[in-house]
Design a protein around this ligand. Structure first.
Ligand SMILES: [Zn+2]
Length: 229
């Protein structure tokens, strides 16, 4: 039986930075992958949030998100308009309800989302909301909850507590992740910024070397439920 996978990310590009190569691997295995991106991006660059002033860039970014995910083979991308880097100004319950509705609709068995100690406030809020939305109540479809790292947020936290205990060998799909990030040109920075194509490749090579393969994405396992041995 094929798996149903959901990726719940804060900003356009987090989904690829966090688990792009793993998403491509799921797709190649015939799994169904759907992506939920909660915040709009860009508007935090202004002193005050002004969606109108940034409307052109916002719709461009939304198109980019769809194009970048397509490179991985992902066609189900849902974009919400929560305020960029201001998710601490939103009622927690509204964030949780949005995620619960998505889970209800998609019925995923594996969820990938943010780690709880990232520097970025939206990442932390999303992590908390996903964990809440995935309370293991009877009948819940979600069997596994995995937390990814996002270059330029996870390792920028002090102290950085991310210590992966779950690795996906992405030797065959790392190139697709890097291509998808090239599509997200407006979000990427020149090397040696942590959010550069080269740095992301170095990280994947290091995660790979940590477990004896060419390239890997590292995760922290939140919870998994095994039905069959
Ligand atoms: Zn982010």
């Amino acid at each position: 039986m094929k798996n149903k996978i959901a990726i719940i990310a804060a900003h356009p590009d987090d989904e690829i930075l966090g688990c792009g190569a793993t998403m491509a691997k799921h797709i190649q295995a015939g799994d169904e992958v759907s992506v939920l991106i909660m915040a709009e991006g860009i508007t935090s660059r202004d002193q005050q949030r002004n969606r109108n002033a940034r409307s052109e860039e916002l719709s461009e970014l939304a198109e980019t998100a769809i194009a970048a995910n397509k490179i991985l083979g992902v066609t189900s991308v849902t974009l919400k308009n929560f305020p960029d880097n201001r998710m601490d100004s939103i009622d927690r319950l509204d964030i949780i309800k949005t995620i619960e509705n998505f889970i209800e609709k998609q019925q995923p068995d594996i969820i990938y989302t943010h780690y709880n100690n990232d520097l970025n406030i939206d990442h932390r809020r999303i992590n908390e909301a996903v964990v809440t939305a995935c309370r293991p109540q009877p009948g819940s479809t979600v069997k596994s909850l995995l937390f990814f790292e996002v270059a330029s947020s996870t390792e920028w936290q002090i102290p950085n507590t991310f210590s992966p205990n779950w690795f996906v060998d992405v030797s065959e799909t790392l190139n697709l992740k890097l291509k998808a990030l090239e599509a997200y040109q407006s979000e990427m920075r020149p090397y040696p910024h942590a959010r550069s194509i080269q740095a992301v490749e170095h990280l994947a090579r290091w995660r790979g070397a940590s477990v004896g393969v060419e390239a890997a994405e590292g995760f922290v396992l939140g919870r998994t439920l095994i039905n069959k041995i």
